[in-house]
Design a protein around this ligand. Structure first.
Ligand code: PMP
Length: 373
């Protein structure tokens, strides 16, 4: 029987978007919310975004929020308006490949700062200090991490802020798009940390991941008013505002958050266990147990430089992923894209039975490589 293709490579979860969001969008369309809206976002959504942070003890204002068509656009707004020729953006790796792709269209350059699986992908303050210099303009943290699933604790963030506060030209950009997807403990936003300076801290967030709304293109940035106003100007000149009926959907998602998020998180927590068990059943696969987001990022080096039953040699994780796709109809995202050769990213945000089947196939495929060596 032919195998059904299974993909663990997507950045989107399989969940349907929250019903209240869909209902609000339809109602908005029926009410005729189809003309240009304010570039910066509707007052109601900007306020609701502030309420989320202020309920956690912050004091942010709607003027500090720009609603964007996806958080990618928030990053692009920022890179375009903030970076001058040669400015450095320090990115701890492994990191989401989108940062590098976006940087191609800006004047800045990515400076990778490697973190290691053997150290639990910790970003060490000393390593950060050695990397920062006068050209460093942004430190870009992804918290929870994609692809590692690593969550920086509050004390880790505060130790990093002690370093960054010695560099007055540096902005700390925290991409928190997976903030609600945390398994073992509370997630702390950069802005809640001691030492986070309001005039130097910028959050990127959106509805694609936590709310399973990737196709809606809904994101936002929250930062100092001066930066936000430059980004409003840039977005106004290029894309303008997010459609008002979509913003109504985002507002409904936020308002119904306590009802809509727990069921998704419960499935993800269960799938995380399934994937952990599946990977543990394969010899010599090492990984970091993700604290958040919905990926494992194992290292498959043990299985490289071996021959497949048909005689091909798999040298890189790209080769390995190609082998899995061609022979087992199983798609993974190669680690090379994330600055981590030898690894691959596996999403567990798919239906549990499919996930179990995928892990079986992976085990079978890798075991054949051992036999053949
Ligand atoms: N940041 C990170 C870390 C991501 O993983 C992604 C999507 N893969 C994005 C930003 C972009 O998300 P969106 O544009 O859909 O909001």
């Amino acid at each position: 029987m032919p195998m059904n293709p299974i993909s663990l490579a997507s950045g989107a979860s399989y969940f349907r978007s929250p019903a209240p969001a869909t209902a609000a969008a339809i109602a908005g369309l029926k009410e005729g919310n189809t003309t240009y809206g304010p570039t910066e976002g509707t007052p109601a959504l900007r306020q609701a975004i502030c309420d989320f942070y202020n309920n956690g003890g912050l004091h942010v204002k709607p003027e500090q929020v720009l609603v964007t068509p996806g958080s990618k656009q928030a990053l692009f707004n920022l890179f375009t308006t903030l970076l001058c020729q040669g400015d450095e953006v320090v990115v701890p790796t492994p990191a989401w490949f989108g940062f590098q792709e976006l940087m191609k269209y800006s004047k800045g350059m990515v400076v990778p700062l490697e973190t290691k699986l053997s150290e639990g992908y910790a970003l060490k303050p000393e390593a950060l200090r050695k990397t920062l210099n006068d050209r460093s303009r942004i430190l870009l943290l992804t918290n929870p991490g994609n692809p590692t699933g690593r969550i920086y604790t509050q004390s880790e963030l505060e130790a990093l802020l002690e370093v960054t506060n010695d560099f007055p030209n540096l902005y700390i950009l925290s991409d928190e798009i997976y903030d609600r997807v945390a398994y073992d403990g509370p997630f702390t936003s950069l802005l809640s940390c001691k030492g986070a300076k309001e005039e130097r801290s910028i959050l990127i967030n959106g509805f694609s991941k936590s709310f399973a709304m990737s196709g809606w293109r809904l994101g936002y940035m929250l930062g100092p008013e001066e930066i936000i106003s430059k980004c409003v100007d840039f977005q106004g000149s290029t894309l303008a505002g997010v459609s008002v009926f979509l913003q109504k959907a985002a507002l409904a998602a936020l308002e119904q958050e306590p009802e809509v998020l727990p069921p998704m998180l419960e499935v993800l927590a269960q799938n995380r266990r399934v994937m952990q068990q599946g990977l543990d059943a394969i010899p010599e696969v090492k990984y970091y147990l993700p604290d958040g987001a919905y990926y494992f990022f194992p290292v498959f080096s043990f299985y490289l430089n071996r021959r497949t039953p048909s005689g091909d040699t798999l040298t890189t994780s790209v080769d390995l992923c190609r082998y899995l796709l061609e022979r087992y109809h199983l798609e993974l995202a190669p680690g090379d894209k994330f600055g981590a050769p030898g690894h691959a990213r596996l999403s567990f945000a798919i239906e549990t039975p499919k996930l179990q089947e995928a892990l079986q196939r992976l085990k079978q495929a890798l075991e054949l490589l051992i036999v053949d060596c």
